[in-house]
Write a protein that binds this ligand. Structure first.
Ligand SMILES: CC(C)(COP(=O)(O)OP(=O)(O)OC[C@H]1O[C@@H](n2cnc3c(N)ncnc32)[C@H](O)[C@@H]1OP(=O)(O)O)[C@@H](O)C(=O)NCCC(=O)NCCS
Length: 155
C-alpha cells in the first residue's frame, strides 16, 4: 500500500538546464564512460525529448533522452540512479519514453547497448526490443573500442 502511495507521487518532468548538476552526478556514478554536461546541454539545445523522474522527496531517480527523426526514434540515454535500480523505474522510464516517441510520430524506436551490459539488455529484451545488428567499435572501452548491439521495437 505504501509502495502504491509512493509511486503516485513520483513524477516525470521535462529535463532543464537546472537538472544538470544532479544528472551529471548520477551519470558519473553509473557509467564508466559517462556523457558530459556538454552532451546533455547539446541534447536540450537540439530539442530532443529529455525527461527526468523524481521521487516524492524531489530526488532525481532516473532520466532519459530520445531523439525523434521522422517516424523513427533513437533512445540515446536511459539511466537510473544506483540506489534506485531494480525497483522498476527503468521499465517505467522506458514506457514513458516510448509514449513520448509515439506522441512525436515515431513508429519504431531503436537503441545501442554494450554487449557487456547484461542488465540493460535484459530490460530491453523483456520490454520487447529485438536485436537487429551490431555497430563495430561504437563505444569507447578500457582497451580500445567496444561494439554495440543495435535493438529495435515497433511502437
Ligand atoms: C539498465 C537500467 C536502466 C535498468 O533500470 P532498473 O530500474 O534497474 O530496471 P528495472 O527495475 O525496471 O528492471 C526491469 C527489468 O530489467 C532487467 N534488469 C534490470 N536490472 C537488472 C540487473 N541488474 N540484472 C539483471 N536484469 C536486470 C530485469 O529483467 C528486470 O525485470 P525483473 O526485475 O522483473 O527481473 C539501470 O540498471 C541503469 O541505469 N544502469 C546503468 C546505466 C545503463 O546501463 N543504462 C542503459 C544504457 S544502454
Amino acid at each position: 500500500m505504501s509502495a502504491l502511495l509512493r509511486t503516485s507521487e513520483e513524477r516525470f518532468a521535462p529535463m532543464t538546464v537546472g537538472d544538470l548538476d544532479e544528472v551529471v552526478v548520477i551519470e558519473n556514478d553509473i557509467y564508466r564512460f559517462p556523457w558530459t554536461r556538454g552532451n546533455f546541454l547539446d541534447s536540450l539545445n537540439s530539442g530532443y525529448s529529455c525527461w527526468t523522474l523524481r521521487g516524492p522527496d524531489g530526488g532525481l531517480m532516473a532520466y532519459s533522452i530520445v531523439m525523434v527523426a521522422l517516424d523513427e526514434a533513437h533512445l540515446l540515454n536511459l539511466s537510473v540512479a544506483r540506489s534506485c535500480q531494480r525497483f522498476g523505474y527503468g521499465w517505467r522510464a522506458l514506457e514513458w519514453m516510448a509514449q513520448q516517441a509515439r506522441d512525436h510520430g515515431a513508429l519504431s524506436m531503436f537503441l545501442e547497448v554494450r554487449p557487456t551490459n547484461q542488465p540493460a539488455q535484459r530490460l530491453y529484451t523483456r520490454y520487447g526490443f529485438e536485436r537487429i545488428g551490431m555497430r563495430r567499435g561504437y563505444y569507447p572501452a578500457e582497451f580500445g573500442r567496444e561494439d554495440a548491439i543495435v535493438m529495435r521495437i515497433a511502437l
